[in-house]
Design a protein around this ligand. Structure first.
Ligand SMILES: [Cu+2]
Length: 207
């Protein structure tokens, strides 16, 4: 289930205000944002949102393979994404067919390393929210994940500092004085609140 930050802002905005948000951020539990399919586990999937005026996002995650044989990430599917390209390293001169996850090993998709480029994105990706994607593994099969949408310069999943920089630059206030209107909400189909938002684990007590 997804608890939208918006709802919490309306009811208890002070919980997420400024310093409190920064303090809570590192405490996101590892267990709250992971997906398992077969022998494969995907932890903290996240995106670098497109830069201003661009339509390419970058997908990262920690992928582990508990199995005795290699598996491969062979594709990523999402309604909002035109096409995807898999890269085994930082350089994008040649796309790969797949990313191999060796048996009993972890593969970290990260800036400067293996990653998946999501190209021709057809809608605005709201930083701080999440985007539903389906990862396709050769052996384990398909798993649908909620990738957290991070700032274009985020260095890691749930990079609170990058998010605060982004929010400042875009006139957003993390104290949440103005929740999005219903119209914006309507455009957010299949886009969810950041699944690792601190509020997930500590919803404000009912009044
Ligand atoms: Cu996460």
């Amino acid at each position: 289930m997804t608890i939208r930050r918006r709802d919490l802002l309306v009811g208890g905005g002070s919980v997420l205000g400024g310093a409190a948000f920064a303090l809570l951020a590192p405490q996101w539990p590892a267990s709250a944002h992971e997906y398992t399919v077969g022998e494969v586990k995907v932890e903290h999937p996240w995106l670098r949102a497109p830069k201003e005026g661009e339509t390419t996002a970058y997908l990262f995650a920690l992928i582990s393979n508990k199995g005795a044989t290699p598996d491969k990430l062979v594709g990523v599917k999402a309604a909002a994404v035109g096409r995807t390209a898999i890269y085994v390293g930082a350089h994008e001169d040649k796309a790969a067919d797949a990313l191999v996850i060796p048996p009993k090993k972890k593969l970290t998709l990260k800036p400067g390393g293996p990653h998946v480029a999501l190209l021709d994105i057809k809608k605005y990706l709201q930083v701080g929210w999440g985007l539903e994607l389906t990862l396709v593994f050769e052996k384990a099969g398909e798993v649908t994940i909620d990738a957290s949408i991070e700032a274009p310069d985020a260095k890691r999943a749930h990079d609170a500092q990058a998010m605060q920089r982004w929010e400042k630059a875009h006139g957003k206030d993390t104290s949440g004085a103005a929740p999005p209107s219903g119209h914006e909400h309507h455009q957010m189909d299949h886009q969810h609140m950041n699944p690792c938002a601190p509020a997930m684990d500590k919803p404000p007590a009912p009044k």
